[in-house]
Each structure stands twice: as C-alpha cells, then as structure tokens.
Design a protein around this ligand. Structure first.
Ligand SMILES: C[S@@+](CC[C@H](N)C(=O)[O-])C[C@H]1O[C@@H](n2cnc3c(N)ncnc32)[C@H](O)[C@@H]1O
Length: 201
C-alpha cells in the first residue's frame, strides 16, 4: 500500500521532482518528493487556493500542513511586509519546504515541525491557510477549524480548500457552526475555496 502523505517520518525511497508554476505573476520552483503530498504536480485544490488568496501586505500568515510549501511561499510574496509560519507533521515535507523557501529566495517565512497548532502555541495570525489533510479523517480536519479562532487576530480569516465531492459542503457547514460565517471564495477543477472570518470588533 502506498505510504500516507501525512506519515511523520516517511520511509519511501526518495524520488525528487522539480516543478515550476506561476502565481500572481511570479514564477516559482518547488522540489517535491515521494512520501509528501502531491509529488510531481501541484494539487489542483492547492492551485485554486493559491490563486484566490488575497492578503494585506503586512499580514501574519500560518500555512498549516504546508507540505513542500506552495501556499506559504505564495502567501509570503503577497504579504512582503508580513511574516509566514509554515508547519507540518511530516519531517520530509518540513525539510522540502525549508529548501523551497531558500530556492525561491523567500525571506519572511519559516517552517516548524509539529501537529495542529502546537508549533504556534500562543501566536495569532491575520490568515490561516490550509489544504487540510482530508484523508487523515474528519476529526483532524474539524480540529483545525475548531482551534482556528484562538489563533486568529480580530478580522482574521481561515482559508481552506476541499474537493466539492469530498466534503467541501460539510466542511463549510462546520466552519459556519464555529465562526457563524463562511463564504465560498472560488470554485473550479472540482474544488471549493472556503473562507470564514473572526469578528472585527
Ligand atoms: C493535503 S496536504 C497539503 C500539503 C500542502 N499544503 C499542499 O497544498 O501541497 C495536507 C498536509 O497536512 C499535513 N498534516 C497531516 N496531519 C497534520 C496535523 N495534524 N498537523 C499539521 N499538519 C498535518 C500532511 O503531512 C500534509 O502535508
């Protein structure tokens, strides 16, 4: 059976592949590998979220479950006066994300290893972005939503992407239960980008 992409220490043999992609007018290079989500091709959901992301230039951003780093790296270029923290439970993903930060000359970002919000305990962000690990199960994805409000600043937003036929509707309902609001920001390629915001006052 293929190894799950959210294994902490992947044991599959390395098989790196370099990808190029353009987001918001800038070309990026990403090294992907076996044992890490979406080797060899940027996931379509990730792509849709990266394209629809809008951030204030000084935003503090968390990319939870960063994989090899696409969302956090794109976010940093949209918030050049801000700061991005990228986290993942998968050691190989963390290593690749660090290398991809360096390869794309991304200065205001760092990568931390650990589950859920543990690596950012006590910290708050203007935006939390994630292509959540749907295959890890509903309890994992719901926990990412449930704990988001305590890591968001006033008027901060949680941005998630999910497959329309793999739970986007129920994820949106859960976000609405927790935040009392949820908008669909983009749809395409069988995915939806959902955004819920914390109160501004
Ligand atoms: C669907 S992948 C998305 C990866 C990357 N953001 C992208 O878009 O290519 C979800 C990521 O979440 C990570 N993950 C799984 N469970 C996690 C948890 N409890 N806390 C943090 N990250 C987790 C996985 O290792 C995986 O890299």
């Amino acid at each position: 059976m293929a190894e799950q992409y959210f294994a902490g220490k992947p044991t599959s043999r390395h098989n790196e592949e370099i990808l190029h992609a353009v987001f918001h007018g800038r070309t990026f290079m990403f090294t992907s590998d076996a044992g890490v989500f979406s080797r060899g091709r940027i996931d379509r959901g990730t792509e849709l979220l990266a394209r629809s992301l809008a951030l204030k230039p000084d935003a503090r951003v968390l990319d939870l479950g960063c994989g090899y780093g696409v969302l956090g790296i794109v976010a940093e270029t949209l918030a050049p006066n801000g700061r991005v923290v990228m986290t993942d439970v998968n050691e190989r993903a963390v290593d690749l994300a660090r290398r991809n930060l360096a390869a794309n000359a991304i200065p205001h970002a760092e990568v931390r290893l650990g589950p859920f919000y543990e690596p950012v305990s006590g910290e708050r962000f203007d935006a939390i972005v994630s292509n959540p690990p749907i295959r890890a199960g509903k309890a994992v994805v719901h926990r990412i939503v449930d704990e988001a409000p305590t890591h968001l600043r006033r008027d901060g937003s949680l941005w998630l992407v999910a497959r329309t036929k793999q739970g986007a509707k129920s994820l949106g309902e859960h976000m609405r239960d927790v935040f009392r609001n949820c908008e669909t920001i983009a749809r395409g390629s069988g995915y939806r980008v959902l955004r819920a915001s914390s109160p501004s006052g």
